[in-house]
Each structure stands twice: as C-alpha cells, then as structure tokens.
Design a protein around this ligand. Structure first.
Ligand code: ADP
Ligand code: MG
Length: 387
C-alpha cells in the first residue's frame, strides 16, 4: 500500500482530507514462546507486514473508525464511551481500550477523530495484528495530542487492552515488539524487568520465511487463558517452598528438584515448557551473539517440540509446517510462533533454497491439510511510526 492510495481511501470514506498516515508493524518471535506472561525472556522483531492508519481530527467528540479489511460500515462511538464492544463491533475494542487508558492519564485528549485502517498482514494469524492496531492508536494519540507518554507505557496499555477489553490474558511481548521494533534487529526482552537489548538479526546467507497456516480462528483465546491459569496455579504451589515471583526465575535443575510440589501432570508439563523455553531463549541469544546459527536453529526446533509435547499448543497445521520444514535442504530451524493452535510458523532457510522450500512445504501442507498455507518474506523494521 502506498501513501497516496491510503490518503485517497480516507477521502473516499470520510469525504475530507486526512492529516497524517502511520504504520504499525506486526511481529515475529525468533524464540521464547509463552514465556512473557511467565516472567521469562522473549526474542521478537517487528516486521514489514502490519497495519496502516490514516488519521484526521474532528471538532466534536466522535471517533469514527473504518477498516479496509472488515466488511461493514464506519463504526462510531464517543471518545468518552468506555463500554466493551461485542459481535461485529468487537474489533473496535483494540482502539477503545487504548483511548480509554490514555484518557485516564491525559485530560487534553478533548476531541474525536476519523481513522481509516488497512492491514497488509493477515489478522488472527499469530503475527500480532491486534498489538499492531493498539500501538497504532497509541502513537497516533501521542502524536496528535503531544502526550509525554513513553513507548513502553503504551505497550503496557496495549497489554491491558487485551486483558480487559478483549479478554485475552496475554503478556507484554506483542505490544513491546510492535512499538519498540528496530530495523534489522530483534529485541531480547526480559519480561520480568522489561530490560531489553537490541541484537542484529545477522543471518548471513539465511532468511526468515513466515508461514501462515490459514487455519480458522477457533477457541484459541480460551485455550490461551487456560495455559495462563495452569502456570499461575503451578507457580502458587512452587511458592510454598521457593521464593520466586515468576516461573522465569527458575532454571531447569531447580524446577526438577521442586516439581513434586506441583503434583499435577498437566501443570508440570506446562511449567517444564515455560522454564525450558526461557533457558533456550537465553542460550539462543548467546548463540546469535556468537554467530553460531546452527545452534540457534537447533534451539528453535527444540522450542517447537516443547510447545508440541509440554505446552500442547501446536496442532496438526503448525506441526505439518514445522516438521516438513525440518526435512528441507538448507533449513537451520523452524517452529510455531505466537499463541498457537493455528496462526503462523517461521523457518530460517538458506536464501538459495527459499523458492524450493516454499514449493515443497506448500505442497506437503496442501496434501496433508487440504488447503494452502501462505508464505511471506518480511523485512525487520522499526516500530510504529508516522510515515
Ligand atoms: P493476531 O494478533 O495474531 O493477529 P488476534 O486474535 O490477537 O490475532 O487479533 C485479531 C483481531 O484483531 C481480529 O479478530 C480483529 O478483531 C482485530 N483486527 C486485526 N486486524 C484488523 C484490521 N485490519 N481491521 C479490523 N480489525 C482487525
Ligand atoms: Mg493478537
């Protein structure tokens, strides 16, 4: 999408000229899955697939939203309306949450606006379209009303939007990755302390290929919340003997020694993933620093295995993508990313093998699942900004 086309779409939709255009990226996650809400580490990066927003201020207090990706009309609500939306207006909650939390802090947000959005990333596919639109809203309001809110505070409001407006008990990773992204770098983030470090994603002759399962969104959100609850329950039991605030503080040995306290097979598996995945993320970022790409790839594969057996969030579609990827020439590693149960996977593939890779994995996926996967080559880009 180019800027001129977007400005035209806005004009067609709202019958007047727009003020500014913004872009908010989606994200991938190299490794560290389901570790954020467990106080562990993650290693995501913002991608060139994301959501554009075309903004124009209004004199009154109305917010008028139009999505070029949703069938339907403009959705309108008042800027001080904080009710959670349902059914075909549900998608506006991602905006409403951000407006609500920013207005709680800043009383100079005193007029409404028109906003036209258009995504070039598939929604509900584990690439974080939801955080992209939350951060889009955050940066637009910061820019328009000169708010002195910092980017990490906006990420936290996005997480709160998911938790309270959307009902998903997710961690901070998605919002942090979208808004703090840096060109050609991944973000090594400790979700316990929010300390972070940019690390160049120096992959040499290799590239990251994104593979979307195109599986329909089913009960992924309730299964996600279920995992959060299982880990929370196990943590409480461990805290009877261990002075820890989150599972991210455990190493594999301490977990082995104290896992008897959990006394529940399912919860033990969930914690084993949370702990081992956090350790893998630490080792993977070290491998990245050392330029040991083969090791990084092995850890990425191990992450998928753990998400399959211990966390049980993969499913046939994601397993087909990862397992087929592992068998292709020139592949360093592949795994599911995001919440799971559908969504997307990534593979690190030798550039010279990329076309072959897509053809082969695409064919096996179609034969096994019955419909196509989508393949994307995305660049690693800066976080949400005006363009
Ligand atoms: P993900 O963040 O992985 O894409 P989510 O289920 O968290 O998946 O978020 C997807 C939801 O976000 C959609 O169901 C919709 O409500 C909203 N959304 C995402 N992109 C758009 C868009 N372009 N227009 C309107 N709503 C969108
Ligand atoms: Mg999301």
């Amino acid at each position: 999408m180019n800027k001129e086309e977007l400005l035209k779409e806005y004009e067609k939709t709202f019958g007047e000229k727009a003020k500014d255009v913004f872009f908010s990226p989606g994200r991938i996650n190299v490794i560290g899955e389901h570790t954020d809400y467990n106080g562990g580490h993650v290693f995501p990066a913002a991608i060139s697939l994301g959501v554009y927003g075309v903004y124009g201020p209004r004199d009154d207090k109305k917010v008028r939203l139009f999505s070029g990706n949703v069938d339907g009309d403009i959705v309108e609500f008042d800027i001080d309306d904080t009710t959670v939306e349902k059914d075909d207006r549900f998608w506006t909650n991602y905006f409403k949450g951000m407006i609500t939390y920013l207005r709680e802090k800043y009383d100079n947000i005193d007029h409404g606006f028109n906003l036209y959005i258009k995504a070039n990333l598939p929604s509900g596919s584990g690439l974080s379209s939801s955080a992209a639109i939350e951060m889009l809203m955050g940066i637009i309001l910061k820019d328009e009303f000169n708010l002195d809110v910092d980017r990490i505070a906006l990420a936290k409001m996005g997480q709160r939007t998911e938790n309270e407006f959307v009902g998903l008990n997710s961690g901070i990773m998605d919002q942090f990755a979208c808004i703090m992204g840096k060109k050609d770098s991944a973000i090594f983030l400790d979700c316990n302390t929010l300390k972070y470090e940019y690390m160049p994603l120096a992959l040499g002759d290799y590239e990251i290929i994104i593979m979307a399962t195109n599986k329909e969104h089913t009960l992924a959100d309730s299964a996600y919340n279920n995992r959060v609850a299982e880990c929370g329950s196990a943590l409480k039991k461990l805290q009877k003997k261990l002075d820890i605030k989150s599972l991210g503080e455990l190493d594999n040995n301490t977990f082995d020694e104290y896992s008897y306290l959990i006394n529940n097979e399912t919860e033990i598996k969930r914690v084993r993933h949370a702990v081992s995945e956090n350790q893998r993320t630490l080792r993977a970022t070290k491998a990245m620093k050392d330029g040991d790409l083969a090791k990084l790839g092995r850890l990425i594969n191990a992450s998928h295995v753990s998400l399959h057996y211990d966390y049980e969030v993969t499913g046939k579609e994601l397993d087909t993508l990862a397992e087929t990827s592992w068998k292709q020439p020139g592949v360093l590693g592949a795994r599911m990313i995001g919440g799971g149960f559908g969504g997307s996977a990534i593979a690190i593939v030798k550039k010279s093998e990329a076309e072959n890779f897509k053809k082969n994995v695409g064919q096996v996926y179609r034969d096994t699942i019955g419909y196509d996967a989508s393949f994307y080559d995305a660049e690693i880009v800066d976080g949400t900004k005006r363009i």
